[in-house]
Design a protein around this ligand. Structure first.
Ligand SMILES: Nc1ncnc2c1ncn2[C@@H]1O[C@H](COP(=O)(O)OP(=O)(O)O)[C@@H](O)[C@H]1O
Ligand SMILES: [Mg+2]
Length: 228
């Protein structure tokens, strides 16, 4: 690991343990990740691709500290479980994490409220700034989720993640539910955010073309291992 390393993933393995009640609770162990080693440098858009079911989302969940694993994952040289807020994630289905009852202004402000990051009067200005960054007019604050397109919903999810100023944004199949043109616009937004804010991105997609288009470095996963 050198001083330019942002995220270091060393010898990471993970086993899914499931209990099938039909067989009197027999425990099944399924190895999902098998000794993964990756180093992501600062200032990079890093891409991870591979067929559905190969373990990409499982690795993302390990990086976020949501599931147990063997091995070591560090962010800026420190164990990631101390730094939850430093890594944010956006998912495939942008609608599912947005409360339909609330308006966009409320949804954008929510992460700041939860993490008590700044006084109320500064929050509103921060939300306006972030909306502009993600390509939406601040007038959208009064709208609700059902009034937005899929691409606009994904922009809101990205904005809600970035408003916490994470060190790393993990995008897991973030364009997979969008049509081609909306997907391309989100790819371009990631690129712009990377250029203008220096945002570090871990971009996961089964779409190899999208990964190759956006990313500086690409790793391919197959059956829980990284191919070389
Ligand atoms: N909740 C679960 N229970 C048991 N096995 C699971 C579960 N989630 C994922 N898996 C297994 O882990 C493997 C990797 O899944 P995942 O990380 O979601 O792959 P990808 O994101 O590359 O499509 C799959 O083959 C699946 O069988
Ligand atoms: Mg996945």
């Amino acid at each position: 690991m050198n001083s330019n390393t942002l995220l270091s993933i060393r010898n990471v393995s993970n086993v899914y343990i499931s209990r099938s009640f039909g067989m009197l609770g027999k425990i099944k162990r399924k190895p999902v990740l098998k000794n993964i080693n990756l180093e992501i440098q600062k200032g990079q858009i890093f891409g991870l691709t591979g067929k559905s079911g190969c373990g990409k989302t499982t690795l993302a969940r390990c990086i976020l500290g949501l599931i147990d694993y063997d091995g070591e994952i560090t962010l800026d040289g420190q164990k990631n479980n101390l730094k939850q807020k430093q890594i944010q994630m956006v998912f495939q289905d942008p609608g599912s994490s947005l409360n339909p009852v609330k308006n966009i202004g409320w949804l954008m402000e929510e992460p700041l409220v939860i993490h008590k990051l700044m006084p109320a009067k500064e929050r509103s200005q921060k939300v306006d700034e972030m909306l502009l960054r993600i390509g939406l007019d601040p007038a959208y604050k009064t709208r609700r989720v059902h009034e937005l397109s899929g691409g606009q919903k994904q922009r809101i999810c990205i904005g809600r993640s970035l408003i916490l100023q994470p060190r790393l944004l993990i995008a897991d199949e973030a364009i997979s539910s969008l049509d081609v043109s909306a997907g391309a616009q989100i790819l371009n937004l990631f690129y712009e955010l990377h250029k203008t804010m220096g945002l570090n991105i871990f971009f996961i997609s089964h779409n190899k073309d999208a990964v190759e288009y956006l990313c500086d470095r690409v790793a391919v996963m197959k059956n829980g291992t990284i191919e070389n």
